[in-house]
Structure formats: structure tokens, C-alpha cells
Unconditional design. Structure first.
Length: 365
């Protein structure tokens, strides 16, 4: 009896899952190889050229002190709205511009440099993990839905939902202390609006200069370190994409995907969403690209419902992205659970916003 209880412990489940997938790989070797090649192709042809430059640039900006400059400028805005230091404004900009998992990568770096604490990092990574505009517009709206007019409502729902999550996350861990801002420079007794602006700009420049001096690396060394760090991270991202591609294919071969799809169909029926979109939801649970493509292909379900499911998938991110985020956070004390909850809530909010904004921003039918 004790042996059975031990084998059913939650901590043992990952071990049994690994054994199961090894057996499935033995049973379906050709399918596993094909899925692995497909995942590798996605990483090399899409993710590597899209993410690698942003990873290198983010490393350079941190070393050059640019992040500290924006942190000083944005501090009066970010603290009251999101309860994070102004330096988080840079993460928001980069995360929204370059997509997942750049926001998590920058958040982890800020934590490592002790510029944010655990609570602030958890708030920050919760609402900066979004799709990049190129993927949302080019791949999803144009490539999968063949309708560029869908981009405004999809972007408004996805990014607007992310900002709402940011506002909600300010209540996360409310008793946690805030990271103290850097010491403010003297304003020289100026009380005018122009004087305050000059003081804020001067403090930002001094913060950037001080950060550069503290880093101390020559630009050539900084560039080399940035490329090496970006390559290491890209290898991790590629490995996770390949692994999840294989897992999805093995579950499909074993019938697990079909069982999950039936459960999703019942849930969609309860909320009056066409059950035909269940395949898109199932695929999107695991991988965002496959889920968005399936949503675009379900043309008989109605465009507004397709867009709502696509918004949910983009905001949820897929377990492949979740694994990347968990890997990045594993070197910090930031917890994964708040991120998981925020992703699901973001997906629900984004879907609701599609229906609310459809009349104003949706494409004319």
C-alpha cells in the first residue's frame, strides 16, 4: 500500500510521464523523427532569425546602461500603474515589440542585477509575455486568416488584455516591499515644470553613465558576451520546441489528443462557441503557431469565433512557450504559478475583448 501511495505522488508524475513518452517513441519511431525534424525546421527558419537579434540587442542595451536610462525616465509612470520600477518600462517595450520569451529573459536579467525583487519580477513577466506584432499581423492575420483587416481587433484584444493583466497584477503580493529607486539627483532648487524635466533627464543620463562604468567591459567584449549568451538561450528555445513537437505527435498517435479534443468540445458548447474550434484550442494548448493556424482554417465556425479563439491562443502562449519561460525563471526565485494563472486569465480577457470590440474594429463582412 505504501508503495502504491509513493508511486502516485505528484512528484513522481514527471518520471512516469518520461517513461511513457520513451515507450511511445519506441512504438512510433518514424513519427517521432518526423515531428522532431518539423520542430527543428520551425526553430531554424522562424524562431532563430526572429529572436536571436533581439536577444543580442537586449544584452547590449543592458551592458551599455540604456535600460537604466529608461528606468529613471519611466519610474514615475510604472510604479503607480503597475507597482514595478521604471526600468520595467524597457521590458514592456521590448517584450511587446519582440514577443515571447524576450520579456521573461529581460526580467530574469533585471532580477540577477538586483534591480527588481521577486514580486516585481512576477508582475513584470506576467504581462510582458506576448506575441510580437510581426507574428500577429503577418503570420496570423495575413498568413493563417488571409484577412489583414483582422489585425486591429486582434492586436487591441491581445495587447489591451496584456495591459489589463498588468493593472491586475499590481495587486499581486500586495504586502511585498518595493525596490527602492536610485538616489535622485539634486534639482538645484528648480520648481518649474521645465526644471523638473531637466532634472529627470539629468538623473537618467547619470544613471546610464554609472551603469556603464559599473559594467566596465569594452564594447568588443560586451558584443562577444551578448552573442554567446543569446546563442545559449536560442539552443534552449530550440530544444524545447523540438521536444514539444515530438510530444504532440506522440499524443496524437496514441489517441490522447482526440480525448482532449472531446473534452474541449463539451466546454466550447457550454459557452456557445462552435465545437469545430476544439482542434485549434487543443493545438494551441501545446503550441501557439499550430493553434493559430488551426483557428484560421476553421472557416465554417464564423470569423468572430475564430478570432476569439486565436486571441486566447496568442495570449495563453502554448506550453512550449511556458516551458521556455519556466527555463528562464529557473535561475531566479520567481515563481511559475503566478505566470501560469496570468496567461490563462489573459487568454480569457483577450477572447472577451474580441467580442466587445468586434463592432468597432472587426473587419466588415
Amino acid at each position: 500500500m505504501h508503495v502504491v501511495r509513493y508511486l502516485l505522488r505528484p512528484s513522481i508524475i514527471p518520471a512516469w510521464s518520461a517513461v511513457l513518452f520513451v515507450l511511445l517513441m519506441i512504438g512510433f519511431p518514424a513519427e517521432a523523427l518526423s515531428a522532431s525534424i518539423r520542430g527543428l525546421s520551425i526553430w531554424w527558419e522562424v524562431l532563430f532569425p526572429a529572436l536571436f537579434p533581439f536577444f543580442v540587442i537586449s544584452e547590449l542595451l543592458l551592458g551599455l546602461g540604456i535600460v537604466h536610462f529608461f528606468g529613471k525616465i519611466l519610474d514615475p509612470l510604472m510604479r503607480p500603474l503597475f507597482r514595478i520600477p521604471g526600468i520595467g518600462g524597457f521590458v514592456v517595450t521590448m517584450g511587446y515589440a519582440s514577443g515571447y520569451p524576450v520579456g521573461a529573459r529581460l526580467t530574469a536579467q533585471l532580477w540577477e542585477q538586483k534591480l527588481i525583487n521577486r514580486s516585481e519580477g512576477e508582475r513584470l513577466v506576467a504581462f510582458t509575455t506576448t506575441s510580437d506584432p510581426i507574428f500577429l499581423i503577418g503570420a496570423v492575420s495575413v498568413g493563417f486568416f488571409h484577412n489583414v483587416a483582422l489585425a486591429p481587433v486582434l492586436a487591441a484584444a491581445h495587447y489591451g488584455g496584456g495591459l489589463i493583466i498588468g493593472l491586475l497584477m499590481r495587486f499581486h503580493d500586495r504586502k511585498a516591499e518595493a525596490t527602492l529607486p536610485a538616489a535622485a539627483g539634486s534639482t538645484g532648487g528648480k520648481s518649474s515644470t521645465n526644471g523638473k524635466r531637466k532634472s529627470r533627464l539629468s538623473e537618467a543620463i547619470h544613471a546610464m553613465h554609472f551603469a556603464r562604468l559599473m559594467d566596465g567591459r569594452k564594447f568588443g567584449v560586451l558584443l562577444q558576451d551578448a552573442i554567446q549568451a543569446a546563442l545559449r538561450l536560442m539552443i534552449v528555445v530550440g530544444g524545447l520546441v523540438v521536444v514539444f513537437s515530438v510530444i504532440m505527435e506522440l499524443l496524437r498517435q496514441a489517441g490522447g489528443i482526440q480525448v482532449l479534443a472531446q473534452g474541449i468540445q463539451s466546454l466550447l458548447s457550454l459557452i456557445h462557441v462552435p465545437p469545430a474550434l476544439s482542434d485549434a484550442v487543443v493545438n494551441g494548448i501545446f503550441e501557439v503557431t499550430l493553434g493559430a493556424r488551426s483557428a484560421g482554417a476553421a472557416v465554417s465556425s464564423g470569423l468572430v469565433h475564430q478570432a476569439a479563439i486565436a486571441a486566447f491562443i496568442l495570449s495563453w502562449g502554448g506550453l512550449s512557450v511556458h516551458a521556455q519561460i519556466a527555463s528562464l525563471l529557473s535561475h531566479t526565485d520567481l515563481r511559475y504559478k503566478p505566470f501560469l494563472i496570468a496567461r490563462f486569465v489573459h487568454g480569457c480577457i483577450a477572447s472577451c475583448l474580441i467580442y466587445l470590440l468586434w463592432g468597432a474594429l472587426g473587419p466588415a463582412l
